[in-house]
Ligand binder design. Structure first.
Ligand code: B1M
Length: 209
């Protein structure tokens, strides 16, 4: 019989092949797609995120768990589309103009995806206009900006200003090693998250979930 708790355990342990096998078994046994997603994949990734926040696990463990979660997601995605199951929300994620660092940004994307958001990852070195276009095209409710350099933090303000000009009603949150809550307040971002797991909490808060 399909075991959602085992799927959760295997995500936590980063066993991608096993996750894939167990998710396929659950699909074959007609377990509800939402249950596989919520009680298996998302539950596993959520647990890893909480431990990451407490510094009980580190970046490599999170990346390995996220890979395992993704291997199960690949099987679920077409079924989610068919069943018209809506994601928690759409989030555009990108590293701001001038900045090529993407490890933290990728972690944020994976954690958001692991929590049930649809993520539109627009990459690195992203100019302000591209954030606006991506948010408009994907009907995003939230835009998450990453910067790792003190010299590129200023690009975050340019993005926030571009959104103000555009008239789009989209929430913004910022993060990255040199970024702080007081910087978020200064540039008018709606939120700040110090790490990828907190980015999930902040995204839910900003979207009223
Ligand atoms: Co760069 N680099 N780097 N680098 N690099 C730093 C950031 C630096 C601190 C190193 C140092 O001097 N000690 C320094 C910045 C100094 C500063 O501005 N204060 C620096 C520099 C100077 C540079 C170059 C200018 C070096 C040069 O060429 N002279 C150059 C700049 C290139 C550019 O971007 N234009 C450069 C280049 C590179 C590499 C390409 C070699 C490589 C990047 C590879 C890649 O990303 N694919 C690199 C790396 C790896 C680093 C270090 C070593 C590691 C960064 C990292 O990935 N950390 C870094 C030094 C360090 O941190 N020890 C350094 C792991 C990652 C998981 O953490 O990204 O902080 P982080 O993400 C965290 C949180 O910040 C948060 O969540 C994540 C995890 O929980 N978070 C968010 C991040 N984004 C978020 C968005 C959110 C929420 C949370 O949305 C709301």
């Amino acid at each position: 019989m399909a075991d959602l708790n085992l799927i959760k355990e295997m995500v936590i342990k980063g066993q991608a092949a096993k996750v894939k096998e167990l998710v396929q078994k659950a699909i074959d046994e007609k377990v509800r797609v939402q249950d596989i997603l919520s009680n298996g994949l998302i539950a596993g990734m959520g647990y890893v995120g909480e431990r990451f926040k407490k510094n009980e696990v580190y970046v490599p463990e999170v990346l390995i768990a996220a890979r395992a979660m993704k291997s199960g997601m690949e099987l679920l995605k077409p079924l989610l589309v068919k069943a018209d199951i809506q994601p928690l929300g759409v989030v555009v994620v990108g590293t701001v103009k001038g900045d090529l660092h993407d490890i933290g940004k990728n972690l944020v994307s994976m954690m958001l995806e692991g929590a049930g958001f649809k993520v539109v990852d627009i990459g690195i070195d992203v100019p302000p206009e591209k954030f606006v276009t991506a948010a408009r095209d994907s009907k995003a409710g939230l835009v998450a900006l990453s910067a790792l350099l003190t010299t590129t933090m200023v690009s975050m303000k340019a993005v926030i200003d571009e959104f103000k000009k555009s008239g789009l009603t989209v929430k913004t949150m910022i993060g990255g090693a040199p970024v702080t809550q007081s910087y978020a307040d200064e540039i008018g971002a709606n939120g700040y998250a110090p790490d990828a797991a907190s980015a999930v909490d902040k995204a839910k808060q900003l979207l009223g979930l």
